[in-house]
Ligand binder design. Structure first.
Ligand SMILES: [Zn+2]
Length: 462
């Protein structure tokens, strides 16, 4: 039996060295356009600063002209600012263009859609972003492929191949539909070498099973959100008999401090690699082997701005991004609300891709109930938004049985809508919390200028 299995593995390894077969397998999993896109992305990593500029210049002019000709919001914005199409001749002229922010896009998303949007076969990314403000972004089919390839650039830098065994510590919401049921603690897809741990069911009772499943699966990489991995790390520190030893861990979505990273690295005995990304698909950045966060210049342009002026390298400001590839819904000079710095000097890894640093955390604690620990993923505000749109949201937990949801509304809600919204929240936390909703005028920013989107003062317990 064992012999058969090892023969199969050997055969599969030999077959995977045949280029056309490798391409066929990749196409089957990722779509036919993935492989050429991925190859181009890897080639661009070797670009010099001059080549990077040429690439960005060409794509910037193309998307700007498209927005000018086909997108109503930009047509109005540029007419109002007195900007002629031929006045923008290169990337150096980008400062001439006015910035837009999430509020403007949210208020009238259709006006940011190209009149010829269908030809780009878009799909809709529903996001709540880092502040919990729901926003729908139409994304070109080709850009979705590119984003997937960029994700693989990050994983490749972390040392993975397409054949690596992966464990995902995530909640099955929306984009994971069909991969795992809400009621399953985990799902293993042995053919694709994937294990998914359902974080909705992580709690003091289930942690032993989760840790033994992860130890048995022997993943080469564990992907997850920092808060959940921190929780697992704390548990492993108290229960060192579980040996979970991946080659690396990839951290997504939230900024981690270096102390938090160290806790995770010590618990799992490996390095962590960070990916910074957003659902708007305009700014991705990932750790190289030297743990510098390289900006993926081929996805978008990043300017760091403060008081409507570009700041010098090394200074902190807001990331203002211009996506280079989304023709369905171009985002040009888009204020992301994230704070960062473009670093000076070159990274010892040799890549000339710019290095950025992201400041402040996205401000998300875990919500603690009597049975488990919950991340508030963007799917929750998106679901609440379906009851009634709102401007801003914050989840505040002061004790283990109650949760207060603060909402800055756009319009008044009926009692029935309030009850429906409470139901959505309560179900998300598996009916473990008494939910109340408070309408507020504003949700203030923290000292680091970020919205504390999920705030819990309830300690973890194992
Ligand atoms: Zn580097």
């Amino acid at each position: 039996m064992l012999q058969k299995a090892s023969m199969r593995r050997w055969g599969s390894r030999v077959l995977s060295t045949i280029p056309w077969l490798r391409r066929f397998r990749m196409a089957r999993h990722m779509g036919a356009k993935f492989e050429p896109c991925y190859r181009a992305i890897r080639e661009r990593e070797g670009f010099t600063t001059e080549q990077i500029r040429t690439y960005q210049n060409e794509h910037f002019l193309r998307i700007f002209r498209h927005a000018y000709d086909h997108v109503p919001a930009y047509r109005d914005l540029y007419a109002e600012a007195g900007i002629r199409k031929d006045a923008i001749c290169s990337i150096d002229d980008i400062d001439e263009l006015p910035c837009i922010d999430k509020e403007e896009v949210k208020a009238n998303p259709e006006s940011f859609l190209a009149e010829n949007v269908e030809q780009y076969r878009p799909r809709i990314n529903k996001t709540s972003g880092s502040t919990g403000m729901p926003l729908n972004i139409w994304v070109d089919e080709d850009l979705a492929t590119m984003a997937n390839a960029l994700l693989w650039r990050h994983m490749n830098w972390a040392g993975l191949t397409f054949r690596s065994r992966s464990a995902y510590v995530e909640r099955p919401l929306g984009y994971m539909e069909g991969q795992i049921n809400e009621t399953d603690l985990y799902a293993a897809d042995r053919a694709r070498k994937n294990l998914t741990i359902n974080t909705a069911l992580i709690g003091p009772e289930t942690l032993p099973k989760i840790c033994s499943t992860l130890a048995d699966f022997k993943a080469e990489v564990i992907h997850g959100h920092p808060n959940m991995l921190l929780l697992l790390s704390e548990y492993l520190r108290n229960n060192p008999h579980y040996r979970i030893r991946p080659k690396c861990i990839t951290l997504r979505s939230e900024k981690v401090t270096s102390d938090e990273r160290r806790v995770i690295e010590e618990a799992f005995g490996c390095e962590t690699f960070e990916l910074f990304s957003q659902w708007e698909f305009i700014c991705f950045a990932a750790d190289c082997a030297h743990h510098s966060l390289h900006h993926f210049f081929d996805l978008g342009i990043v300017d760091v701005m403060k008081d409507a002026k570009r700041v010098n390298p090394g200074e902190i400001g807001e990331l203002v991004c211009t996506g280079l590839h989304n023709y369905s819904m171009p985002l040009i000079r888009y204020k992301t609300g994230d704070l960062g710095t473009i670093k000076e000097g070159k990274c010892p890894c040799g890549l000339e891709m710019p290095v950025i640093e992201i400041h402040g955390s996205r401000g998300k604690d875990l919500i603690v109930t009597r049975t488990g620990y919950f991340e508030v993923m963007s799917g929750l505000p998106v679901k609440m938004q379906q009851v009634k749109p709102f401007r801003q949201i914050q989840f505040v937990q002061k004790d283990m049985d109650r949760l207060e949801v603060k909402i800055v509304r756009i319009e008044d809600l009926s009692q029935e809508e309030i009850e429906r919204m409470k139901r959505v929240v309560s179900e998300y936390f598996l009916d473990q919390l008494e939910v109340s909703i408070a309408f507020v005028e504003d949700i203030p920013r923290t000292e680091a200028m970020k919205y504390k989107y999920v705030e819990s003062s309830v300690p973890w317990r194992f």
